[in-house]
Design a protein around this ligand. Structure first.
Ligand SMILES: NC(=O)c1ccc[n+]([C@@H]2O[C@H](COP(=O)([O-])OP(=O)(O)OC[C@H]3O[C@@H](n4cnc5c(N)ncnc54)[C@H](OP(=O)(O)O)[C@@H]3O)[C@@H](O)[C@H]2O)c1
Length: 298
C-alpha cells in the first residue's frame, strides 16, 4: 500500500512514517512544500498524481488555532479549500481518501461525548475552516473517511506534552486550565488506526459502512490540568522534571480563539465499522514522555 500523506514534519505524518518502518506492506510518502503547497491550490493535483497513491491521507493543515483568528483567509485556503482539491484528485485517480479533522467543529456546550452525526457549530476560525474542509470532502462524494481527532501529542512538532515538560524544567508550579474536557490522543495511536482503516478501505472498496465521518481519540477523556499531572507523573517516574499543577479556569487564561469546553468525542462508530479501539492516554503517554526525556538528555 502506497499511502501518500500531506505535510512533511507534522505530528501525524511523522508518526505514520515511523510506524510504516515496522509494516512491510505499507510505504508512507510524506508530500509537502514545495511540491505540494496547500496554500497554492494549483500545486495540489499534479503533486498528488506524481506521488502515485493507492490511498491519500490529508493530514496537513493550518493548525495554529489562535493565529487563525487573525489569519482567516490563509486558514480557510489551507483547511477549507485545499481538501476540496485533494478530494477531487482522489476521485479522479479513483483512490480512497482519509481526511483528518477535529473536535473543534463542535461548540462544546453538549454534556456528553459527541457522536459523528451530532450538529456541528464551530466557535473559532480554525473550527470553521476545518468544518469547511469536511464539507468539501463530503461534497466530492467518493470513497472517503473523515477522521476527527483531538488533543494530539507526540515526540514531534509542537504539542501540550512538550510544553509541559519544558515548563516543569523551568518552574515548580504550572497553572493549567481545568474546565475544558477532551481526550488526549497519541499521534502513534492515530497512525495505527489510520493503517487499519486504510487497509480495510482498500480491501472493501466502496463499502458504505466504512465511509463518512469517524471519531478517533484516546479512550479516556480528562481535562488539561489532570493531563498535565499525568505527564509530570510519567516524567518523574523516568527521573525527569515534574511540577505541581495549579488548576485554573478558561477565564483565567484568555486566548484569541475560543475552545470547546466539552471536546469529548464518542469512538463507538469506529469500533463498530473498523474494529478499532484506541488505548487511553494514560498508557500511550509513557513512551512519548520517555522519548522526549531521552532526546533532552542527548
Ligand atoms: N494537533 C492537534 O491537537 C489536533 C487536534 C485535532 C485535529 N488535528 C488535525 O490533525 C491533523 C494533523 O495535525 P498535526 O498535529 O499532525 O499537525 P501539525 O503537527 O501542526 O503539522 C501540520 C502539518 O500541516 C502541514 N502544512 C501546513 N501548511 C502547509 C502548506 N501550506 N502546505 C503543505 N503542508 C502544510 C505541515 O507541513 P510541514 O511539515 O512541511 O511544515 C505539517 O506537516 C490536522 O488536520 C489537524 O487539523 C490536530
Amino acid at each position: 500500500m502506497r499511502m501518500v500523506v500531506t505535510g512533511r514534519h507534522g505530528q501525524v505524518v511523522t508518526a505514520l512514517a515511523e510506524l510504516a518502518r515496522d509494516h512491510d506492506m505499507v510505504t508512507v510518502v510524506p508530500l509537502g512544500r514545495p511540491a505540494l503547497d496547500l496554500a497554492d491550490l494549483g500545486s495540489i493535483d499534479q503533486a498528488l498524481v506524481n506521488a502515485k497513491p493507492d490511498i491519500i491521507v490529508s493530514a496537513g493543515a493550518y493548525t495554529a488555532v489562535d493565529k487563525a483568528e487573525s489569519d482567516d483567509q490563509l486558514a480557510m485556503t489551507i483547511n477549507g479549500r485545499a481538501p476540496s482539491m485533494i478530494a477531487d484528485t482522489a476521485a479522479r485517480l479513483d483512490v480512497p481518501l482519509i481526511h483528518i479533522s477535529t473536535d473543534y467543529v463542535f461548540d462544546g456546550y453538549g454534556a456528553t461525548a459527541y457522536r459523528e452525526d451530532d450538529p456541528v457549530n464551530p466557535v473559532s476560525v480554525y473550527g470553521r475552516t476545518k468544518r469547511a474542509g469536511e464539507e468539501a470532502v463530503m461534497a466530492a462524494g467518493r470513497d472517503h473517511a473523515i477522521v476527527r481527532t483531538s488533543w494530539v501529542y507526540s515526540p514531534f512538532g509542537n504539542n501540550f506534552v512538550k510544553t509541559m515538560l519544558r515548563l516543569a524544567a523551568e518552574r515548580d508550579l504550572v497553572a493549567v486550565v481545568a474546565d475544558q474536557k477532551g481526550a488526549p490522543t497519541s499521534a502513534f495511536d492515530i497512525a495505527q488506526g489510520l493503517f487499519t482503516m486504510a487497509d480495510q478501505m482498500l480491501v472493501h472498496r466502496g463499502d458504505p459502512g466504512r465511509r463518512g465521518i469517524f471519531h478517533l481519540t484516546g479512550a479516556t477523556s480528562t481535562d488539561w490540568a489532570t493531563f498535565a499531572e499525568g505527564i509530570f507523573a510519567a516524567s518523574a517516574a523516568c527521573g525527569g522534571p515534574s511540577a505541581a499543577v495549579r488548576r485554573i479556569t478558561t477565564a483565567d487564561y484568555p486566548t484569541a480563539a475560543r475552545r470547546p469546553s466539552n471536546a469529548r468525542l464518542d469512538n463507538g462508530k469506529l469500533l463498530t465499522h473498523f474494529g478499532i479501539s484506541p488505548p487511553s492516554w494514560t498508557q500511550s503517554i509513557i513512551p512519548v514522555v520517555e522519548r522526549l526525556l531521552k532526546a533532552d538528555r542527548g
